[in-house]
Design a protein around this ligand. Structure first.
Ligand SMILES: NC(=O)c1ccc[n+]([C@@H]2O[C@H](COP(=O)([O-])OP(=O)(O)OC[C@H]3O[C@@H](n4cnc5c(N)ncnc54)[C@H](OP(=O)(O)O)[C@@H]3O)[C@@H](O)[C@H]2O)c1
Length: 327
């Protein structure tokens, strides 16, 4: 496993880390023992950074990570998120008092006195224009409830606005073979300001593992069944917002580009890691074999220029017109 510095935190985090949404819920049935085995195996091969949120299984994901930490001696950094417990989820709710109450709950779930990294959880765009909220987060650092804070964003424009606030150390954003726009302006800005970049949906909800087909079935409680058109939350969070059939067609064009000795998932992760503005990718995994395969991508050879050009051509031809301008 290779490690990269997460912006001003100075932490050396595994370049393939762990996204803990699926172990909390909204991806069909999950078994806590199986989830814990997956997380332990990830730590066994060097993963030391876990991304979660208070709403993933209403605290289930945070509590599993707390258990994992209790069972391990290694340093494990945990990034959680707050804001999505607001009902309605509206900009007016993003007061520091509300956020602090969510933080208090996460502290309990995680069984800690200080949260390593708190991210605002894809708030509505006007929240990025509330400097008093970011000042309030700074006070939560001073009073010891947070070590650092950052944001998780839907849009490049929100990322660019968020990094104007001096306390923001990291931005989590969708960046994968199907979502390439962050690599234009945003990555340049993030690098110049030493902002950590956390790449989520690295496998485009599993589609960039090459395992899906037109007849793939998803459980009713899996967002890949119920959120394809953004019925429950931003459409971009499910298959990166790309129409299922269009995504599958692009996957078939990408398949011949996967180098020998790599799985499709490892190829998709390696593609992300080829950009040095990225601190880490956070693939979700529900099973040990997935976690191990994903983490192993770090030590595989880099992709060559021909492969990168091939990916670019598939993106330009099939995906860019569908997604580039939207997020
Ligand atoms: N708003 C936000 O801040 C936000 C939103 C979304 C995600 N996130 C974070 O980003 C993380 C990653 O995104 P994501 O989980 O949505 O999507 P993802 O990482 O692109 O896809 C994860 C899913 O792909 C499948 N998978 C993973 N590894 C595999 C492998 N090697 N082979 C075959 N299938 C594999 C698993 O589902 P199946 O086995 O069921 O197919 C897994 O749950 C989340 O866990 C969460 O921490 C944050």
């Amino acid at each position: 496993m290779k490690y990269r510095t997460l912006g001003a935190t100075g932490w050396q985090v595994s370049e393939v880390s762990f996204g803990a949404w699926a172990v909390g819920g909204t991806w069909g049935e999950v078994d806590d023992q199986e989830s814990l085995r997956a997380m332990h195996q990830a730590v066994d091969i060097g993963v030391n950074f876990f991304d979660t949120a208070d709403v993933y299984g209403d605290g289930r994901s945070e509590r599993l990570i707390s258990q994992l930490r209790a069972e391990r001696t290694e340093t494990i950094y945990v990034a959680t998120k707050a804001g999505r417990r607001l009902n309605p989820h509206a900009a007016e709710g993003y007061t520091i008092e509300n956020i602090e109450a969510f933080v208090d709950r996460s502290l309990q779930n995680l069984g800690v006195e200080t949260i390593d990294l708190l991210q605002l959880h894809c708030p509505p765009t006007p929240v990025y224009y509330q400097p008093e909220l970011f000042e309030g987060l700074g006070r939560l650092v001073q009073n010891g409830k947070l070590r650092h804070f950052g944001v998780s964003v839907e849009k490049v424009e929100e990322a660019l606005k968020a990094i104007e606030y001096p306390g923001v150390v990291s931005v989590q954003i969708i960046y994968n073979v199907f979502r390439q726009r962050p690599a234009e302006l945003f990555f340049r800005e993030a690098k110049s300001r030493n902002i950590g970049v956390i790449a989520r949906l690295p496998l485009s909800s599993g589609m960039l593992t090459g395992k899906m087909s037109p007849s793939s079935q998803f459980e009713e409680s899996d967002h890949r069944a119920f959120n394809r058109n953004g019925e429950a939350f931003d459409k971009g969070e499910t298959f990166s917002g790309i129409d299922y059939g269009a995504g599958l067609a692009a996957v078939e064009e990408l398949r011949p580009l996967v180098p020998q000795g790599m799985t499709f998932a490892q190829f998709a992760l390696k593609w992300i890691l080829m950009n040095d503005a990225v601190t880490c990718a956070i693939p979700g995994a529900k099973r040990p074999d997935q976690a191990v395969q994903n983490a192993a991508a770090s030590d595989l050879p880099e992709l060559d220029a021909k492969v990168l050009a091939g990916v670019n051509s598939v993106y330009e031809g099939r995906i860019k017109p569908l997604a580039h301008h939207r997020w």
